[in-house]
Design a protein around this ligand. Structure first.
Ligand code: CP
Length: 320
């Protein structure tokens, strides 16, 4: 495996889930694979789960992880090509990427969407430069439009807790005070569309995700109707994806607190499990009552981030 950005990169989902079960049961069984190998984990943005789970996965595989916080541990990096570098950025990605790549065998990158220029973000301009100029396998640790390690962990969690062959999975938009990228909902929709689940996306009008991620999903503007009979409720905020109106890209179109997932919302489901990728704003996205209930999966979901990262790194090590 040379890149891990989209669900297609993992191949057969059944095989990937089986491998995840093996990795979870015997996490140190492939420690020899990472001997004398190094993974560089490059963070342009904050992280708790991704940073720690990626390091833990690498250590389980016997690899040496190096974590670099851009702008804190390193020079500030310029990411746009063709600019006059007369500002506060001292080094360009064009040099920094091959230098970092020369010190490692695999690179992971966290680089959020800027939410200013839709084309720049949706072209995955920063991620593509790591592929082009690094020459090493690349993992998106949440880039402008995708967060595949999260979506894979979400799928592993749904597989562990589903009680029906084909569960109803509802991803619902929920309010948030700030504009957030679409990477998590894009990847969740993409992975659930590829999995054997009934996917419904509930959202206010204007929040339609890019159709390249949502094929097969039913879009519903009535949140309560969407949640009826759900087996899993996946709450997430995202800003306007700008599909029908590019000028609205990255904007907050609604702060309707009626969309906060509370006990009344969960009451119309089929005793659904509650999921969220974390970090979560309590009593904005989800009520205390729901996230603290025995039906909340947020902690096992976060724990599975080690498993998803380890399967991906294992496959990359096997293909070096
Ligand atoms: N879910 C997730 O990616 O968490 P972090 O932003 O803390 O890494």
């Amino acid at each position: 495996m040379k890149t891990f950005f989209n669900v297609q990169d993992i191949g057969d989902l059944g095989k990937a889930l089986q491998e995840a079960r093996q990795v979870k049961a015997t996490p140190f069984a492939w420690k020899h694979l990472g001997e004398n190998r190094t993974i560089m984990l490059v963070f342009f943005n904050s992280s708790l789960r991704t940073r720690l789970s990626s390091q833990k996965a690498a250590l389980n595989l016997g690899m040496n992880p190096i974590v670099l916080n851009i702008g804190q541990d390193s020079w500030k990096l310029e990411t746009e090509l063709g600019v006059v570098m007369d500002g506060d950025k001292s080094e360009h990605l064009r040099e920094a990427i091959p230098v970092m790549a020369s010190y490692c065998d695999i690179i992971g990158i966290r680089s959020f969407a800027g939410l200013k220029d839709r084309d720049y973000d949706y072209d995955e301009t920063v991620l593509k430069q790591f592929v082009e100029f690094g020459g090493k396998p690349v993992i998106s640790l949440e880039s402008a439009t995708v967060h595949p390690c999260q979506a894979f962990a979400d799928l592993i969690t749904i597989e562990e807790y589903r009680r029906k062959r084909r569960p109803k999975v509802v991803m619902t938009w929920a309010p948030h005070p700030r504009a957030l990228p679409q990477a998590v909902p894009n990847s969740f929709a993409q992975w659930m569309s590829a999995a054997d689940v009934e996917l419904v996306i509930a959202q206010p009008r204007g929040y339609e995700l890019d159709p390249k991620f949502t094929s097969g999903a039913r879009i519903e503007y009535d949140q309560m109707k969407a949640l009826e009979g759900a087996d899993f409720v996946y709450a997430k905020n995202w800003s306007c994806p700008g599909v029908s109106d590019p000028s609205a890209y990255g904007k907050v179109l609604s702060t309707d607190m009626g969309w906060t997932v509370d006990a009344a919302h969960m009451a119309v489901t089929d005793n659904a499990w509650f999921m969220h990728c974390l970090p979560v704003r309590r009593n904005m996205i989800v009520s205390d009552e729901v996230i603290d209930s025995p039906r909340s999966l947020v902690i096992p979901e976060a724990a599975n981030r080690v498993v998803s990262a380890q399967v991906v790194m294992k496959r990359m090590l096997e293909s070096l």
